[in-house]
Design a protein around this ligand. Structure first.
Ligand code: B12
Length: 494
């Protein structure tokens, strides 16, 4: 059969498809390709930079859905189904609310679906496709049989980072997170030797482990890092803060090539952390102390914060940004808290009548990327979205990027770190600004030349105590002053 995989784009920026220059390989399809019997021909269309080949003869189209790409995924699915092609939807969003995806698909693959993918293909060949395929149940802590087949990305351009996974799931149950549901509460990991052999075979040297928490099972993670040491890699991953409490683990991480970690600090307020069910973040000392311990060993940090929990105020969010700036992190994400269906947070917002956009912001015509999907306690939804943008702007001015680069223990500890720092900071800054306010999906928005968000003025706002903005403002004032002087001189002369 001719099988087409599609990675949907998110939407339109100023009426044109969003072009993400910071895109990474969609690992999903390297994994699914590894499970596709060799007799089938597999193609990948990455809608983020390629035209969707609607009119080629496909036997089946498999589309990935995440909450921000669901609307576009449904448009693409409808396009193929109107041409009589069988469409299968899978991924996080489909797994959370399959009934919505089923309106646009012949079949849905739920949860961790790599093994059922072969069943789906067989059933299509036999003309017996069912509508719902439940993902595998794990039989133990080890997950065997994954063969990441990166050849599906051949000839396509992505950031030069190989994505792979060591583990799936997360033992923590954070209120806002959808991961617990995707993996039905399970946490499994691949045999460390298998992962190392795969990376060695393919010669990929810069790796991003797309795990929810690479150290969720500490003994297994230590085994992985031991296997990675001889490969001479540089790797990054998401990790929970408890790694700081285990010197042997930290040592193995460093020796195996850990260049940086994405860490979810989420909030500095213990009351917010308690509501998130993430008290563990403070179990290893104050954030100041923990950050210093990570810095001292040279690990670059991508700190992540969630803005909008019930104890957040305008002032506390601004103070958080001040604190983040003082730490000179390599990168920081200031994510506006969002209600994802099937999470306890979504259920709480629903019960409290606080959901916006009819509870389905990801499908709503008026929703834009960066907006808030619920009513925060201490400010308006618009104010929260503005604060999110303000935080990102403050962290990413040219002045701050240059200032943060001077952290001698991390960001400029060696030429590689400095190069990585400067290669990605301006890129992520541009992408972050570009996608704020974009529409989700294309349908209905294509011809509106300007779909810019009402918050756009904010992107150009002078952020106080921000050197770059002040510099620009001073330049602008000087230019206006000069022009006015010339004008008034001219009118006096005449
Ligand atoms: C790596 C990653 C990223 C990378 C992007 C990677 C890339 N290639 O583009 C970065 C850091 C850039 C990123 C960004 C974001 N991400 Co992200 N990301 C992840 C992460 C950690 C891993 C994704 C992955 O590669 N998984 C591995 C593959 C193999 O798993 P999978 O996609 O689930 O596929 C399996 C099944 O779902 C199924 N399946 C999936 N699709 C299909 C299709 C078919 C046809 C079939 C049969 C089966 C099938 O089969 C696969 C094998 O079992 C996940 C969490 C996670 N554990 O998955 C979050 C996650 C996907 N991200 C999420 C979010 C919200 C974001 C952001 C919006 C964050 C933000 N506020 O900016 C952005 C925007 C992303 C975008 N669309 O542009 C959410 C999505 C929530 C949701 N309900 O949809 C997740 C789930 C995190 C979370 N716990 O909330 N992300």
């Amino acid at each position: 059969m001719r099988v087409l995989f599609v990675k949907p784009n998110m939407g339109l920026v100023d009426g044109k498809p969003y072009h993400d220059r910071g895109r990474m390989e969609p690992l999903t399809f390297a994994v699914l390709k590894g499970f596709t019997p060799a007799r089938h021909q597999v193609h990948l269309c990455d809608d983020r930079f390629e035209a969707v080949p609607y009119d080629e003869p496909w036997d089946v189209v498999g589309i990935n859905t995440e909450i921000y790409t669901a609307r576009r995924a449904y448009e693409i699915a409808d396009g193929f189904r109107s041409r009589g092609v069988k469409v299968v939807l899978g991924g996080y969003h489909t797994s959370m609310i399959p009934e919505e995806s089923l309106l646009h698909a012949d079949a849905v693959a739920l949860h961790d679906a790599d093994a059922v993918w072969t069943d789906i293909l067989r059933d299509i060949e036999d003309g017996q496709l069912r509508t719902t395929y439940e993902g595998v149940e794990y039989s133990g802590p080890e997950l065997h049989g994954i063969r990441t087949d990166w050849s599906v990305f051949r000839g396509k351009s992505y950031l030069p980072v190989a994505l792979t996974q060591f583990s799936r799931g997360c033992p923590n149950r954070c209120e806002y997170c959808a991961t617990g549901n995707l993996y039905c509460g399970a946490f499994v990991h691949r045999p460390p030797k298998e992962v190392a052999a795969e990376l060695e075979r393919d010669g990929r040297r810069f790796v991003f482990f797309a795990d929810d928490n690479i150290i969720a099972n500490i003994p297994a993670a230590k085994n992985l890092f031991r296997e990675l040491i001889p490969l001479n890699l540089r790797w990054t991953a998401q990790a929970s803060l408890n790694f700081v409490a285990d010197p042997e683990l930290m040592d193995l991480m460093l020796r195996s090539g850990c260049a940086g970690l994405v860490v979810g600090f989420e909030s500095r307020d213990p009351r917010n952390l308690a509501s998130m069910n993430k008290r563990g973040n403070l179990a290893h000392g104050s954030y100041d102390d923990v950050v210093e311990r990570i810095r001292s060993v040279g690990i670059m940090l991508w700190s992540a914060f969630l803005l909008g929990y019930d104890h957040d105020t305008v002032e506390s969010i601004r103070e958080t940004v001040d604190w983040v700036l003082s730490k000179k992190f390599a990168f920081a994400a200031f994510n506006v808290l969002m209600p994802y269906p099937s999470t306890p947070f979504y259920a709480r917002m629903q019960a409290e009548g606080r959901l916006l956009y009819d509870g389905k912001w990801w499908l709503h015509d008026d929703y834009r990327f960066g907006y808030t999907g619920f009513r925060p306690k201490n400010m308006s939804p618009e104010r929260l979205a503005e604060l999110g943008l303000e935080a990102r702007l403050r962290h990413n001015t040219m002045f701050q990027i240059l200032r943060r680069a001077t952290d001698r223990k991390t960001n400029c500890k060696d030429p590689w770190s400095l190069l990585t720092y400067f290669a990605y900071n301006p890129l992520f800054r541009d992408e972050m600004l570009k996608k704020h306010g974009m529409t989700l999906g294309y349908r209905g928005f294509e011809r509106s030349a300007s779909t810019s968000s009402p918050l756009d003025w904010f992107k150009h706002r002078v952020v106080p105590d921000d050197f770059e903005a002040l510099f620009l403002a001073a330049g602008r004032r000087l230019a206006t002053g000069l022009t006015n002087r010339i004008r008034s001189g001219r009118s006096r002369d005449s």
